[in-house]
Design a protein around this ligand. Structure first.
Ligand code: 2AM
Ligand code: CA
Ligand code: CA
Ligand code: CA
Length: 264
């Protein structure tokens, strides 16, 4: 049996240490590379931070598996056992251009079930975390269950790239949704946007294409405050693949799915 209290203490210590190193790195120049396209950035700090977590996890918990964005984890084909899903810096473009609105995101799953989730907004020193069955917290303060709002009073988080023609989703449906909502926001870090849904700063969040490390922690946070997280067709997420994502309080989630996302 895993000792979740001990793992939780350990992760928080590592996250704070990594956060200190990242803030310290602001004083030095970054080494920036591109990955799948010219806007898909990665820095030496993404890689160093992933290495820091993975080497610590391997030492402390040799039986656990690790999925990490920067490829230093395991090649996973199953969710059996305890699996750590790590994005060392979620929102790298923000990290590079703004030195804010980026987060360390860690989700820990047991046989596919989310147990512990952490989103640490490094620049604002805000740690969002949740333990399955024991609630979600921001800097130690318990987050209340989500309250429902009507779409007309809802703040909807969606990136502008999905409101223009794109190959993943019918943008007209999202434009209609954006018109009906009270307002739209985009922060450029999926992990922070999901933490904001969990803390009520946003009412829902949509994205077309995210990897497990982008949403693994956020899913645990959102579900622990009574929210729902599915893909844009309303289906369960696959933690071994890229997924579209739609998170929010249950009634609003259902209404948007029916009236906008799955409508013909
Ligand atoms: P990242 O910064 O860790 O890459 C906005 O770009 C959000 O989408 C971020 O959470 C970002 O995570 C994520 N994302 C997923 N795939 C991406 C890609 N190929 N290029 C840029 N951002 C991506
Ligand atoms: Ca990336
Ligand atoms: Ca990410
Ligand atoms: Ca990342």
């Amino acid at each position: 049996m895993a000792n979740w209290t001990e793992i939780d203490q350990q992760v928080k210590t590592w996250i704070m240490e990594a956060g200190d190193s990242i803030r310290e790195s602001f004083k030095h120049s970054l080494s920036i590379h591109t990955k799948s396209n010219p806007n898909d950035l990665v820095t030496n700090i993404d890689e160093e931070t992933e290495r820091f977590f993975i080497s610590n996890i391997r030492k402390a918990y040799p039986g656990h598996s690790i999925l990490g964005e920067e490829g230093q984890g395991d090649d996973l084909t199953s969710l059996k056992g305890i699996v750590w899903m790590i994005d060392p810096i979620d929102g790298t473009m923000n990290f590079v251009h703004q030195q804010r609105h980026f987060a360390i995101s860690i989700g820990i799953y047991e046989n596919g079930v989310g147990r512990l989730g952490y989103v640490y907004d490094v620049a604002h020193d805000e740690l969002y975390y949740a333990e399955r069955g024991n609630g979600a917290y921001m800097n130690g303060v318990r987050l209340p269950s989500l309250t429902e709002v009507r779409l007309e009073k809802a703040l909807v988080a969606v990136n502008a790239t999905w409101l223009v023609k794109n190959k993943y989703f019918d943008e007209k449906k999202l434009v209609d949704l954006a018109i009906r909502a009270r307002g739209t926001r985009s922060y450029g870090s999926a992990a922070i946007e999901l933490a904001y849904v969990a803390s009520g700063r946003l009412d829902c969040y949509l994205s077309m294409r995210l990897s497990p490390w982008d949403f693994a922690a956020g899913k645990i946070l959102v579900e622990e405050v009574g929210g729902i997280m599915t893909n844009l067709a309303g289906e369960e997420l696959d933690l071994l693949k890229t997924n579209s994502i739609f998170a929010g309080a249950p009634v609003l989630h259902g209404q948007i799915l029916n009236d906008f996302l799955v409508r013909k």
